[in-house]
Design a protein around this ligand. Structure first.
Ligand code: AMP
Ligand code: MG
Length: 343
């Protein structure tokens, strides 16, 4: 398959929208990471997303909408089933990098939600994403536009690296502003629960809703088993509320190791590690984002991919303080390192 490179002008976005209406796959920029979009209501189109990514079919997708009025038909029970708390977070954070898990209506095929009776929905703030959803004229199901298991792509070149020849088109937009995926917030229980941390933090959500928002317990402990997405649907005892959490994620080809400590401690531990690796002729890269968590979020995935292209064997990264956005970026770093941390 020849993958078309489309621009962000009106004509090209109309073309991209038509491809999606015809059941095709189009990667596009959002404010978080690039998404791999298909018609969320077309079962066959959604199945081809799993195939293009090598994604296990039980790992559900996020449904992207352009207007809050598109929400009701997607939710079981419609307007009456949307709580006051949900309206509050929508009012504050949409459009933006917040995904809400809500009961799913019957118009959404099971393939989109990996067989769950809930659906993850968000309204992106990125203008190209907004215009593409309008051009398609329907909600767009979109996971991140990478091969399953790899770091998410945050620029168009990184999308092509994984997806060239596997999808119909890429909208060649700008680099993503945030750089890590959206916060996923489960609104189906008595207490809102963060299933995936992002730039919209738990503390911020608690303040807006006016009640305690919890982290899902899978975020607070090292998972007992991590399945390789290459092996297909994993039947493991670890059954997190967010099915994506049971799969290997964000892994470059290089081995990633995290190192704790202040700047000097990090440098000396990294040097000691590097001396050993050099004896084995391994090429080592060192990343220290300092306390700039925004920069860490923005650059992490792009840096991992760039270092792979440059042929590094080992990537050493200094850990971040685990609060606010730092907690969210550390969630990605820990997964990319397979939880390998030098204290
Ligand atoms: P990605 O599309 O790659 O950004 O990943 C989407 C994330 O949202 C995955 O970790 C999914 O497990 C999670 N997700 C999507 N739909 C649901 C849902 N209905 N309930 C819980 N988690 C979901
Ligand atoms: Mg992903």
């Amino acid at each position: 398959m020849q993958t078309k490179k489309l621009s962000t002008n009106i004509e090209d976005l109309e073309r991209a929208g038509a491809i999606i209406r015809d059941g095709g796959l189009v990667a596009f920029p959002t404010e978080t990471v690039y998404g791999l979009g298909a018609d969320a209501l077309n079962e066959e189109a959604v199945r081809s997303v799993y195939a293009a990514k090598g994604r296990p079919s039980d790992n559900p997708m996020i449904v992207h909408i352009a207007d809050a009025r598109e929400l009701e038909p997607l939710v079981r029970g419609g307007r009456a089933a949307i709580s006051e708390d949900t309206l509050k977070v929508i009012g504050t954070f949409w459009p933006g990098p917040l995904t809400l898990v809500l009961p799913k209506s019957d118009i959404i095929p099971d393939a989109t939600t990996g067989g769950l009776d809930t659906v993850a929905i968000r309204m992106p703030s990125n203008e190209t994403a907004y215009r593409l959803i309008l051009a398609a004229g329907r909600p767009i199901a979109a996971p991140s536009a990478n091969l399953s298991g790899k770091p998410s792509p945050t620029n168009a070149e990184d999308v092509l690296e994984d997806m060239d020849g596997r999808i119909d088109a890429v909208v060649m937009g700008e680099a993503c502003d945030v750089g890590i995926e959206s916060t996923v917030l489960d609104m189906t229980g008595d207490v809102p629960v963060v299933l995936r941390p992002g730039i919209i933090t738990r503390e911020w959500l608690s303040a807006v809703i006016g009640k305690e928002v919890r982290y899902d317990k899978s975020l607070l402990e090292e998972p007992s088993e991590i399945a390789d997405p290459k092996d297909g649907v994993a039947e493991t005892d670890f059954k997190p509320k967010s099915p994506g959490m049971k799969y290997k994620h964000y892994s470059p080809n290089a081995q990633v190791t995290l190192i704790e400590g202040n700047e000097d401690e990090f440098r000396s531990k990294a040097t000691a590690f590097g001396m050993e690796a050099r004896k084995k002729n391994q090429k080592i890269a060192v990343i220290d984002y300092g306390d700039d968590v925004r920069k860490a979020a923005h650059n992490l995935f792009a840096d991992l991919r760039e270092l792979d292209r440059l042929g590094y064997d080992i990537i050493l990264i200094r850990t971040l303080e685990q609060s606010g956005l730092g907690f969210s970026v550390m969630n990605r770093m820990l997964k990319s390192a397979g939880y390998d941390v030098i204290k």
